[in-house]
Design a protein around this ligand. Structure first.
Ligand SMILES: NC(=O)c1ccc[n+]([C@@H]2O[C@H](COP(=O)([O-])OP(=O)(O)OC[C@H]3O[C@@H](n4cnc5c(N)ncnc54)[C@H](OP(=O)(O)O)[C@@H]3O)[C@@H](O)[C@H]2O)c1
Length: 328
């Protein structure tokens, strides 16, 4: 597993990390503690040393599970968590006291002395523009409750606002073959400022794994059912903002016209991301241990050819860009 620096003033992370939303909620049948531990174990066995979670995932369950897992491994793991989408704060109760309370609760659930990285969790843009919340984060950092802070954002505009904040370690963004808008402006600016990039939805909620068909259905409590058109939160967080059927057609086009015969769709999608030098770590989520194994293995693959990159850029510009819904 290759490592990369997360932000010039940050720490090394495995270039393939693990998204831990699945350990909490919103993905259908909730994962048993055994499955969650198997996923985390397999991640560490395969060189993954960077986990992404949030206070709100399963109302603390994802963080608690990670906290329990950390006691069972000697491998040093960096955990990034988030604040700002739980009911104590979202959508309009952002105060210094609530931020502090939430950080202390995350520290307790993860059972650590301080948080490696606290990310603002897609908070409304007016709080990013106002900037007071970043002052509070700098205070928490000075006190040692958090080692670093970053922001998870939904749009290029939000990302650019955050980049102006001194001390910001990282941006977490939705970036994948279906969602390439940030290549031209946001990624180069982040790189120029030494801000790390954490990539969520690298597989567009599983669409880019190529395993779904038009007939695939998702259970009632899976966001790929209840948020498929943005009914519950930003549509971009589900299938990267594409209508499901459109995504299926696009995957077929990629399989037929672009996918090199030596690669699987998962390998193409994840390797494409790792080929961008601005990226620090991609954090595919997993519902089963075998997914983690194949995702981690992408780190040892060769870069894609210039022709493959060119074909995927062309496809995005001509057939995908205009179909993305939601703030972007
Ligand atoms: N606002 C935010 O900050 C925010 C929002 C969303 C996500 N995130 C973070 O980003 C992480 C990643 O995003 P995501 O989980 O939403 O989307 P993702 O990584 O694009 O998709 C994850 C899904 O893809 C499927 N998958 C993964 N590896 C696979 C493999 N090797 N083969 C076949 N299928 C595979 C699984 O689907 P099945 O479940 O169908 O098996 C898995 O649940 C999350 O876990 C979370 O930590 C943050």
């Amino acid at each position: 597993m290759q490592k990369r620096l997360l932000g010039i003033h940050g720490f090394k992370v495995s270039e393939v990390g693990l998204g831990c939303w699945q350990l909490g909620a919103d993905w259908g049948e909730s994962l048993s503690q055994t499955t969650s531990f198997n996923i985390l174990n397999e991640a560490v066995k395969n060189g993954i040393t960077f986990f992404d979670t949030a206070d709100v995932y399963g109302n603390g369950k994802s963080e608690t599970t990670i906290g329990e897992f950390l006691k069972t491994t000697e491998t040093p793991i960096r955990v990034a968590t988030k604040f700002g989408r739980a009911a104590n704060a979202f959508p309009d109760k952002y105060t210094k006291a609530i931020l502090r309370e939430s950080v202390e609760a995350s520290i307790e659930r993860l059972d650590v002395e301080s948080l490696d990285l606290l990310q603002l969790h897609c908070i409304p843009i007016q709080y990013l523009k106002d900037g007071a919340i970043f002052d509070w984060l700098r205070e928490l950092k000075a006190e040692g409750l958090i080692k670093h802070f970053g922001a998870s954002v939904e749009t290029v505009e939000e990302g650019l606002i955050c980049l102006e904040q001194p001390g910001l370690l990282s941006l977490q963004v939705i970036f994948n073959i279906f969602r390439q808008k940030l290549v031209t402006e946001l990624l180069p600016q982040a790189q120029a400022k030494g801000v790390g990039i954490i990539v969520r939805l690298p597989l567009a909620s599983g669409l880019l794994s190529g395993k779904f068909t038009k007939d695939t259905t998702f259970s009632e409590n899976d966001h790929r059912n209840y948020n498929k058109n943005g009914e519950a939160f930003n549509v971009g967080e589900t299938f990267a903002g594409l209508p499901f059927q459109t995504g299926i057609d696009l995957v077929e086009t990629i399989k037929t016209n672009i996918l090199p015969s030596s690669l699987t769709m998962v390998q193409l999608a994840l390797r494409w991301l790792l080929d961008h030098p601005a990226v620090s770590s991609i954090i595919p989520g997993a519902s089963a241990p075998n997914q983690v194994i194949s995702n981690a293995a992408v780190s040892s693959l060769e870069s894609l050819s210039a022709e493959t990159h060119h074909a995927l850029t062309q496809l995005y510009n001509t057939q995908i860009h205009n179909q993305i819904r939601g703030g972007y």
